[in-house]
Design a protein around this ligand. Structure first.
Ligand code: GAL
Length: 683
């Protein structure tokens, strides 16, 4: 797959819906002038335009779009051209009911909304292929078109008869025989054995919710089917011009489909970032900011290159419980944070507020007032002016020596399991707890899934890898044998890829041996209950004890050194039960953490461990609370440093070496002042 090479500048753009204004040529003309003023250099068009592009079956009306694209181009604005499949036209839904999605409860949708087509329907696939062919024939060689934006926020699942039949075919290929499938799904349980393929139905609250193997395979199938729908979408685009890259915009930690699989069909990853800003009374945004940066890092890691920020609001959304606008200066801060974590664009939803329907009060660069002298317009123009000077950052790389193994299939499985703690098992939370200290201290982190190579990292973190494939276990063992350092945690290596429990000691597939421990039992806690980890042998300076919550796993040390034990108020429980251990394996080291520890533990433990391993942060200093940093290296070797202040307070950072403000040229020798919500790019 190809890199986004056709446009050598940082993109600054927005979703643009000219089809809503075709009867207002005055507005369309203003749009271009105002976009130029806002330093917009690209717009995403066509996202939900199907009924304007094909108002009646087979009646393709592409001239208006050509007109818009030409005018934009003549004014220096490039086009990210969307395929319209995210919203089907009414005529199509009426004529071909099969394209309307069926819910898990087996109810077919009426027409309406968006993102609700059946992705198996041959009719819908054919209609998509036809419209995409028309778009490609007309625009694939247009010099304005720099990227295909395919099927906005592709998502969801359909349970119609076509999908059921496709699911059965997929299962036949996967298992070969019903006997194999029955074995893999453990269907003798509650007498759920299948005697005919036609008996198999997708999981449903009114049907089969208890066969974990079925649920897992259904999720895998939904991902495979989404990907094949996507491949069907891009075939005519690639046939017309293979050099225009394709993207799909992801929705953060959405887990309905496996983005890591879809990423295999993309040339560039993009995502839509909508953190719920300004929720805290003291204005401290640290905890809102870090998960967004974590997902940016995940996007950057998936293809090992920069991603595009396809959407963020220039001001406010209209769908949160409370839709606070980004406060004064905050857009610059969030923009710089996105660049810091690997974005090669800042794009907004949306250019202009619509006059009617569901998003009329969603924030936009241009509001209904249609003025350019607004705060939001000024701030957007300011971001654009900054991006204009940042060509050197385009494609700049991030070097990470720390990797977190995050496997979505394991996430699906552990959250479908019953017990030991229902509601929220917290695997994502544990993963983010591991990410947080590195984010705070300015260390770059990569995310890898079970398929990806992690052999080159210096520190591998494995939060709750409940579903463990034998080949992954082997790669973890080999990695440590050859000198790597790994942190394994509770609830790891309990089931195989069919979600069948491993027999024998766990963590399975040799990870117990690797860690020098053996799992005994899990003790889940209620929200109001805690235990304590008491450090008995600190490998580096640590506090005396740390608070534990949610899940406490009792393990036996079998060769591992015990670094911490559980402290508890149960007189019947032994005092020396290990909670944190260390073990040498080959040339490397394996740590095992048995419980959900508080943030302070991860911060103390992981940063010391990284230091011990010689891993360097972006800027080697101690940051004041709320100030974080990251770095990227451009193709010419220039290192860009990004420093962000997520608080409303004035802050000052001690610099280990002088750095120059990239925008003003001012050199900071040893102190970098940052105003409230301030952010700087330094070289
Ligand atoms: C996104 C979507 C956009 C718009 C936006 C509003 O999820 O892709 O079309 O609806 O949300 O925040």
């Amino acid at each position: 797959m190809q890199a986004l090479t056709s446009y050598p500048h940082m993109l600054h753009g927005c979703d643009y819906n000219p089809e809503q204004w075709l009867n207002r040529p005055d507005i369309l003309a203003q749009d271009i002038e105002q976009m130029k003023q806002a330093n917009i250099n690209c717009v995403s068009v066509g996202i939900f335009s199907w009924s304007s592009l094909e108002p009646r079956e087979g009646d393709y009306q592409l001239d208006w779009l050509a007109n818009i694209i030409n005018k934009l181009y003549a004014n220096g604005i490039y086009t990210v051209l969307a395929t319209p499949s995210g919203a089907k036209p009414s005529w199509m839904a009426k004529k071909y009911p099969e394209i309307r999605r069926v819910s898990a409860e087996r109810v077919r949708d009426l027409q309406g909304g968006r993102h609700n087509h059946c992705y198996t329907s041959p009719v819908y696939r054919e209609k998509v292929r036809q419209i995409n062919t028309k778009l490609a024939e007309r625009f694939a060689d247009h010099p304005a078109v720099i990227l295909w934006h395919v099927s906005n926020e592709i998502q969801g699942e359909c349970h119609c008869d076509l999908c059921q039949a496709a699911f059965r075919e997929w299962l036949k290929k996967r298992y070969g025989s019903l006997d194999e499938l029955n074995l893999a799904w453990w269907t003798t349980f509650w007498s759920h054995t299948y005697s005919d393929w036609d008996e198999i139905e997708s999981p449903s609250p009114i049907g089969e919710p208890c066969i974990h193997g079925l649920t897992l395979d259904w999720k895998r199938f939904c991902t495979a089917q989404t990907r094949s729908f996507f491949e069907n979408e891009i075939a005519p685009l690639k046939a017309a011009n293979p050099d225009i890259p394709v993207t799909a915009n992801f929705m953060g930690f959405y887990d309905g489909i496996n983005y890591w699989e879809l990423a295999k069909s993309l040339d560039v990853i993009s995502w839509d970032s909508y953190p719920n800003w300004h929720t805290q009374p003291d204005g401290d945004e640290t905890y809102n900011a870090f998960w967004a940066d974590a997902f940016s890092d995940m996007c950057r890691s998936m293809l090992g290159k920069p991603f595009l920020l396809m959407e963020n609001t220039p001001s406010q959304t209209n769908w949160m419980e409370v839709c606070r606008p980004k406060t004064w200066g905050f857009l610059r801060l969030t923009s710089i944070a996105n660049l810091a974590h690997g974005a090669d664009s800042i794009q907004y939803f949306q250019w202009r507020q619509s006059r009617g329907c569901a998003e009329k009060f969603h924030g936009a660069v241009m509001t209904h007032a249609n003025r350019t002298d607004t705060r939001v317009f000024r701030e957007v123009s300011g971001v654009g002016a900054m991006l204009k000077k940042l060509d050197g950052l385009c494609g700049a790389k991030t070097t990470a020596n720390i990797a977190i193994l995050y496997d979505l299939e394991s996430h699906w499985a552990v959250n479908d399991a019953k017990g030991p703690r229902n509601g929220s098992i917290g695997d994502n939370d544990l993963m983010l707890r591991m990410y947080l200290p590195f984010w705070k201290a300015g260390y770059a982190v990569d995310f890898v899934n079970s398929e990806m190579d992690f052999s080159g990292c210096h520190l591998l973190l494995v939060p709750m890898l409940y579903m463990l494939r034998a080949d992954v276990a082997k790669r973890i063992r080999d990695y440590v044998k050859q000198g790597g350092t790994v942190l394994l945690t509770l609830h790891t290596g309990l089931v195989d890829e069919h979600d069948l429990c491993y027999m024998g000691d766990t963590p399975a597939e040799g990870l117990a041996e690797l860690a020098g421990i053996r799992f005994l039992e899990t003790d889940p806690l209620y929200e109001n209950q805690h235990e304590t980890m008491r450090i008995v042998k600190a490998p580096f300076p640590l506090a005396e004890s740390y608070k534990l919550e949610r899940l406490c796993e009792r393990v036996a040390a079998e060769g591992a050194e015990v670094l911490a034990v559980y402290e508890h108020d149960n007189p019947c429980m032994p005092d020396d039960l290990p909670c944190l251990t260390r073990s040498s394996f080959g040339r490397g080291t394996a740590y095992y953490l048995g419980a959900f520890a508080e943030d302070r533990f991860f911060s103390d433990f992981l940063i010391s461990l990284a230091e011990r391993l010689g891993i360097q942060p972006a800027i080697d200093t101690t940051f004041p609370h709320g100030v974080v940093a990251a770095a990227r290296t451009g193709a010419d070797g220039t290192k860009y440093y990004f420093v962000m202040n997520w608080t409303r307070e004035q802050k000052s950072v001690n610099l280990p070496h002088p750095l120059k403000d990239f925008e003003t040229g001012k050199v900071y020798q040893n102190k970098l002042p940052l105003g409230p919500y301030g952010a700087k790019i330094l070289i």
